[in-house]
Write a protein that binds this ligand. Structure first.
Ligand SMILES: Cc1cc2nc3c(=O)[nH]c(=O)nc-3n(C[C@H](O)[C@H](O)[C@H](O)COP(=O)(O)OP(=O)(O)OC[C@H]3O[C@@H](n4cnc5c(N)ncnc54)[C@H](O)[C@@H]3O)c2cc1C
Length: 389
C-alpha cells in the first residue's frame, strides 16, 4: 500500500525544509523523503552567510525577503536559526568600484540597508584588516551568518507540528506518472503517492530530474572550508566578508574561530557519493595564505578543522525554480553554492506557486529552467563576473 500525502518533497536540506514549512502554513500536509538525514547534504556543510549583496536584482530581492525571516525567526518559524549579526563587507578590486556603487544603489532601491564605505571606514570597523589593496567596500550593518543545520531542523519541527511527515534513510528511485501528471514516487522504502512532487535534491538534483525525463544542466560543485583559531589579540570578532580581491570569503564563529572558504579551485562534476568529506590536499595551506593577506595577524593562528561539501551547480551559477516535465513536478535546485540565505523566500514563493498557481513573495520568473535551452544565462546589470572560478 502506498502512503498518500498532499505533496512529496525529495530532500531534507534547507530548501526541502523551508518548502515543507511554507506548504504546511498554507494547509497542506507534505511528506519529506530524505536518503540520509536532515541536512546531510550541502546544508550541513554550509558556511551560513546571510547577506543581501548580489549583482543580480532577483537574487538580492530573495535574500532581502529571507533576511527578515532569519532576523525574526523565533516569531515567524519558532525555535532558533542561530542568526548572528556581525555586519557584512563586500570588498572589491578598484576596477570594480563603479559596479559596486551601482549594485549598492540597486540594493538601496530594494530597501536593503547597505552603503558604500572607504578603506578607512573598513579599518575602523576591523582594525586587524589589511586595507591597502582596495578603495571601496559595500557595508551591510544588519547582515551576518546563521546556523544552516539548526535552521533546517527548526523549519521541519514547525512543519511537523502542522502535519508534515519526515521519512529519513529512504531514497527516491523512480517517479510514477499517469496521463502526463505525477502520481508519486518509488523509493527504497516503498511507494508514496501525491499529486505534487518537488525536486529539492541539492547535488543529486540532476539524477532526480532525470527520473522525470528532464535533463537539466546541473553538475556538482565541491567546496572546502576551514575553521581557524584566531590569536586572542585580534579581538573577539570581526565582520563577515566576501573578499573579491583575494577570491575568498570569511566570517567569525563562536569560540574565537574564523571560517574561510575560497572562490577558486572548487572542482565540478565530482560525485557527492565518491566518499570522504576531507578537503583537497592543498586547501588548508591556500586558505591560510589568503586569510593572512587580509588579516596579517592570522599567521599566529592555528587550524581547528576543515571539510568539504557539495551543491548542485548550474551554468550561470544561479538557481532553478520552476515547474517542468510532468504536471505537478517542481524544481527547487541548482543553488550553486549560495542557496542557504535565500531559502526562506524561495520556500514561500514555491508554496505560493503550488497552492495559488503563482509566486507572490518575489518575482522568480528569471530562474526558469528553459533559460539554458534558450542560451540565456542570468547575469547582473553591473556584473562582477562568476562567483566561483
Ligand atoms: C561548503 C559549503 C558552504 C556553503 N556556504 C554557503 C553560505 O555561506 N551561504 C549560502 O547562502 N549558501 C552557502 N552554500 C550553499 C548552500 O548551503 C546550498 O545552496 C543549500 O544548502 C542547498 O540546500 P538544498 O536543500 O537545496 O540541498 P541539500 O542540503 O544538499 O539537500 C538535498 C538533500 O536531498 C537528499 N537527496 C538527494 N537525492 C535524494 C533522493 N533520490 N531521495 C531522497 N533524498 C535525496 C540529500 O541527501 C540531501 O540531504 C554552501 C554550500 C557548501 C557545500
Amino acid at each position: 500500500m502506498a502512503e498518500t500525502s498532499d505533496a512529496i518533497i525529495i530532500g531534507a536540506g534547507i530548501h526541502g525544509a523551508s518548502l515543507a514549512f511554507h506548504l504546511t502554513r498554507r494547509g497542506l500536509r507534505p511528506i519529506i523523503l530524505e536518503r540520509g538525514f536532515v541536512a546531510s547534504g550541502a546544508t550541513g556543510r554550509s558556511s551560513g552567510l546571510v547577506r543581501m549583496h548580489y549583482d543580480l536584482e532577483p537574487e538580492a530581492a530573495l535574500a532581502w525577503a529571507s533576511y527578515r525571516v532569519f532576523r525574526d525567526w523565533s516569531e515567524i518559524v519558532g525555535g532558533e536559526c542561530g542568526f548572528t549579526r556581525t555586519g557584512f563587507l563586500q570588498i572589491v578590486a578598484p576596477d570594480h568600484n563603479d559596479r559596486l556603487r551601482a549594485n549598492v544603489a540597486m540594493h538601496q532601491r530594494l530597501g536593503i540597508p547597505s552603503l558604500v564605505v572607504g578603506a578607512d571606514d573598513v579599518r575602523r570597523l576591523a582594525p586587524a584588516f589589511h586595507t591597502d589593496d582596495f578603495d571601496l567596500a559595500a557595508f551591510e550593518p544588519e547582515s551576518g551568518y546563521a546556523d544552516p543545520t539548526g535552521s533546517a531542523g527548526a523549519f521541519l519541527a514547525a512543519a511537523r507540528n502542522r502535519g508534515a511527515r519526515l521519512v529519513q534513510e529512504v531514497q527516491v528511485t523512480a517517479l510514477t506518472t499517469r496521463g502526463g501528471r505525477v502520481e508519486g514516487v518509488e523509493t527504497t522504502g516503498g511507494r508514496f503517492d501525491a499529486p505534487i512532487v518537488i525536486n529539492a535534491a541539492g547535488a543529486w538534483a540532476r539524477e532526480v530530474a532525470l527520473l522525470a525525463g528532464l535533463d537539466l544542466p546541473i553538475t556538482t560543485w565541491r567546496h572546502d572550508t576551514a575553521f581557524l583559531r584566531r590569536p586572542k589579540d585580534l579581538g573577539p570578532s570581526h565582520p563577515t566578508v566576501i573578499d573579491f580581491v583575494n577570491l575568498m570569503y570569511f566570517r567569525p564563529e563562536t569560540g574565537g574561530l574564523t571560517l574561510v572558504g575560497l572562490e577558486d579551485d572548487n572542482p565540478l562534476g565530482v560525485s557527492p557519493d565518491s566518499g570522504g568529506d576531507l578537503p583537497q590536499p592543498d586547501f588548508v595551506e591556500r586558505a591560510v595564505d589568503r586569510i593572512c593577506r587580509r588579516i596579517p595577524g592570522m599567521d599566529r593562528g592555528s587550524l581547528q578543522s576543515a571539510s568539504a561539501g557539495y551543491d548542485g551547480m548550474t551554468p550561470d551559477q544561479r538557481a532553478v525554480l520552476d515547474q517542468a516535465g510532468p504536471d505537478g513536478f517542481f524544481l527547487v535546485c541548482g543553488f550553486s553554492g549560495t542557496g542557504f540565505k535565500i531559502a526562506p523566500a524561495v520556500g514561500a514563493c514555491m508554496a505560493e506557486w503550488i497552492v495559488d498557481g503563482r509566486p507572490q513573495t518575489a518575482d522568480i520568473s528569471a530562474f526558469a529552467a528553459k533559460r539554458f535551452a534558450e542560451g540565456r544565462h542570468l547575469t547582473g546589470e553591473h556584473a562582477y563576473g562568476s562567483i566561483w572560478h
